[in-house]
Structure formats: C-alpha cells, structure tokens
Design a binder for this molecule. Structure first.
Ligand code: TYD
Ligand code: MG
Length: 465
C-alpha cells in the first residue's frame, strides 16, 4: 500500500511545513510541530463512496439501537446510565495500576457470559499475561476474544472479520498507525488512531472502549481532541494504597454525569461496593479527639465520611499544613477563620487533616466538620459519637447552607447517627433526627460541646529571643 504523505503543522500558530522541525518557522515555538495526513482518505474519493446524508423531520430519525445495553456490573452500569450503547466510543482514563485493565476484563467477561461477542485488543501486555489474569478473575468465556497487537490496522482488520459487538483497546497510547511516521504515544498517533477507531465504531455500530493513561496531574495524556471525539469519558480514581476505587463519568452523551460508581480492589478483582457507609466508618474510634463525621454528596450518591485532624505544636519556623483527600485551599481557609475570628491560634501549630478511607472530599460543605475536628484536637475533647455536621464556612465565620441537606441526613440516620449540626437556614431533618442549627462557627462549636472561653486557645507562633 502506498505510504500516505504527511505534513507537519504547528499546534500553536497553524503554520505548515513538509518536514518536522524542532522549532516552528512561523511563531518560533519549540516542539509544537504535529504530524498530519496531507489528504484524509475519506475526502480524496470525490465523495463517491461516502453515503449521501439526508435531512429528516426530527421525529422520524431512527433512535432504536441507541438504547444502552447493560454490561452486567452494577456499579459500571450505574455510571454509564444503564450500559454501553452500540456504536458509542468510551474513553476510560486513570493512573497506571489503578485497575483499568481489570475493570474492562471483568466487564467483557460479564458481557461475554450473556452471549455478547467481545474482542479485547491488548497492546500493553502479552496474550499469556492477560489469559492468566482472566483465569484468576473467572473470565474464560468462549465469546471473549483476545488479541495482543499494537498495529491499529491489524486490530481493525481482526474486528472486521470477527464482527464483535464490543471492542476494547488497551491502551490508545500504545497502539499505532503504521502509515504515520511519528512514534506510538505521540500526539499525532493518538489523535489519528482515535479518529480511525471512532469512524470504525460508528460504521460498524460497535461499542468501543479505549483505555487512556493520565499524566501526573490527572489530565488524559495525549491531545485534548481525544475527549472531544469520544462520546463518553470515564475517570477511574483512587488512592493507590487504599482498596477503594471511584468511577465517574466526566463527559457522557447518553446520560447524566453525576453518578458515582464505587469498587473495592480485592484479590479476586474489583468488587462493587453497594453500601459505602460501612466501608468508611468501619474502623472509626468514636470517642477520639480530632474526629468528625460529614455527610457528603458525590453526584447523587450520599457518602458519610470521617474527617480527622491533628493539631500539634510545631518545632518548625514554617509550620506544616498537610491535607490528604481534602482540598488544601479549604484547609488553609478554615485554619485562617479559626485563627482570626475565633482566636484558635494555629500559627505555631502543625495541622494534619485527612478524609478517611481513600476518598476525596473537595466540597465546601465539609468545612464545618473539618473545623470541628480541628478544635476537638486542640481541646483534646472528642465530639459526641452520634453527631454529624455539614455546612460551608464563610470568611466572616458564618455558616452557609449546602445542597440537598435532607438526603445527606437521611443517609447519616440510616447509618445510626442521631444528631446533626447544620446552618440555620437548612431545611427540616428526617423524622427521629435532631438538628442543631447554628448561624456561626462559634455557635456550632458550642452546640458540639466545644465552647471556646474568653481566652485564646491553641499554639501561637513562638517568639524568638
Ligand atoms: P490493572 O488493571 O493492571 O491496572 P491498570 O490497567 O489501570 O494499569 O491493575 C493493577 C493492580 O491491581 C495491580 O497492582 C494488582 C491489582 N490487582 C488486584 O489487587 N487484584 C486482582 O484481582 C487484579 C487482577 C489486580
Ligand atoms: Mg493496564
């Protein structure tokens, strides 16, 4: 087959060059030249082979076949809004080792078990490695096909022959199009391969899932175009050292993006967590100072999470502020409000704060519980064991309402909590649940049994002689 001629275009200014250059001749930027096909093959055919499109009244547009088909893994189906849609392209992003390959192997096994033909194209591991893992996961079904291949044309040829209903590419960064000169994983390769896979998926009506690696800062490696050309972007997250894994839809053309899927990594693969309440609170020491419980919401899903704080006199000139699973900026803000408005002196204290269980709680609604945990640590006085707290703290020390308080408290009640401190404007609580309303952080502390006296408490900065 004749090689397709490539040109190079600057990603910054759009200048074109017949050869790759390290520096763009147009805008002098370094490393911005990206390989492009000179003539996209579909346009080179005068439109003769391209099916002519036809406008239709909107009600006559065919919508059958676009219903989601359940994968058979509850937590995954929940995030996908029912299941995979034929002809759709889904990108599953996540850090290396988080469990992307495991999740997809289990998903393909569940579908193959129901009689769906699946093809897993593995470009990272050998077929033997994948087979061994499949054996451990109980995924050896005759309808699950496997090919270890990195050449995209070969993968598409195999898919053309086998006609699978579902195709998984693990991963988009390791497959390559031999007609392009640039290396696998380069921007040009990832973009071109994704475009070819999307076109093939739409033409064959085949659900396609691409695995995508993310960079250190959490962005999908490769061009942004990857996110634009696919229908769904799923993100698989979690702390490497914890078993908990969270699956969310970042973009979804067939359903809501507010659902959260929860999994636990076990020796037998990923297990769905239907009731996360027990998971986050199982090891809780209810009467320890520095522990507070916050009813949070992740999308539509209530999660009741323990926050812990340790405030200790610091030997350092620049005291430490450590936040794990919490937003660093919000921890600093809560410290500043406690210090400035309530005379809880923290300028000479190291502050360690964390959300227990490997979950990330970034919402402002967790401010109040965090402040309670910090003051509880400073005073060495535990909070009542049956108490939860939610509310956003303003810079003047006032408390602001958070969304859907009722659902949060209902979940806390289900888990055995009986009291909640909430902002004064919060709606009524579920029956049998006592709400303690407070309009300022100071009031909330008093209602939690952590009343501050007239004297400052805490750890002022040591004055050097
Ligand atoms: P993997 O799916 O290979 O991650 P990714 O494709 O995102 O890079 O999973 C990697 C980790 O999961 C690995 O460290 C081992 C662990 N694991 C288990 O704990 N139990 C299992 O049953 C399997 C298959 C993997
Ligand atoms: Mg993998």
């Amino acid at each position: 087959m004749a090689k397709i001629r490539s040109t190079y275009r600057c990603a910054g200014c759009g200048a074109e060059s017949p050869q790759w250059t390290g520096r763009c001749a147009g805008c002098s930027a370094w490393n911005t030249m990206v390989e492009e096909r000179a003539t996209p093959p579909a346009l080179a055919l005068n439109g003769a082979l391209v099916a002519p499109s036809r406008p239709l009244p909107i009600a006559e547009v065919e919508s059958e076949g676009w219903a989601p088909r359940p994968v058979g893994i509850g937590e995954l189906d929940r995030v996908l809004g029912g299941g995979l849609v034929a002809g759709s392209v889904t990108l599953l992003g996540g850090e290396p080792g988080i469990g992307k390959s495991t999740l997809l192997l289990q998903a393909l096994a569940a579908m193959a078990k129901q009689g769906t033909t699946c093809l897993l194209a593995c470009a990272e591991e050998s077929a033997q490695q994948v087979r061994m893992r499949a054996a451990r996961l109980g995924a050896l079904y005759p309808k699950l096909w496997l090919v270890a291949e990195t050449d995209l044309s070969a993968i598409l040829a195999h898919a053309g022959e086998l006609q699978p209903d579902v195709l998984v590419i693990d991963s988009i960064q390791t497959v390559f199009d031999p007609e392009l000169a640039s290396a696998p994983g380069s921007v040009a390769q990832v973009r071109e391969c994704a475009h070819r896979l999307v076109r093939a998926a739409k033409d064959a009506g085949r659900a396609t899932v691409l695995v995508g690696h993310v960079t250190k800062d959490g962005a999908l490696a490769g061009p942004r175009v990857l996110e634009h050309v696919v229908d769904t972007v799923l993100s698989f997250e979690g702390e490497r050292h914890h078993a908990l894994r969270l699956l969310r839809a970042v973009k979804h053309r067939f359903g809501p993006t507010s659902e959260l899927g929860l999994f636990e990594m076990t020796d037998d693969g990923l297990a769905g967590v239907a009731d996360p309440g027990a998971l986050f609170l199982s090891d809780r020491q209810a009467n320890a100072p520095g522990s507070a419980v916050v009813p949070t919401l992740e999308g539509h899903r209530p999660l009741t999470v323990e926050l812990q704080a340790l405030v200790a006199k610091s030997p350092l000139n620049m005291p430490r502020r450590s936040a794990q699973g919490l937003d660093t900026g919000r921890v600093a803000m809560v410290c500043a409000v406690l210090d400035e408005r309530l005379r809880v002196q923290l300028s000479g204290a190291d502050v360690y704060a964390l959300a227990v269980g490997g979950v990330r709680v970034a919402e402002p609604g967790a401010d109040l519980a965090l402040a309670l945990a910090m003051v509880s640590s400073v005073l060495h006085r535990p909070l009542p064991a049956d108490l939860v707290a939610c509310g956003e703290i303003g810079l003047c020390g006032e408390l602001r309402q958070v969304s859907q308080t009722g659902r949060r408290l209902a979940e806390a009640a289900r888990l055995g909590f009986r009291r909640a401190i909430v902002p004064a404007s919060a709606p009524p609580a579920p029956a049998g649940f006592e709400v303690l309303r407070a309009s300022t952080l100071g009031e909330a502390l008093a209602k939690a049994g952590l009343a501050l006296g007239d004297k400052p408490v805490g750890f002022p900065r040591a004055v050097s002689a």
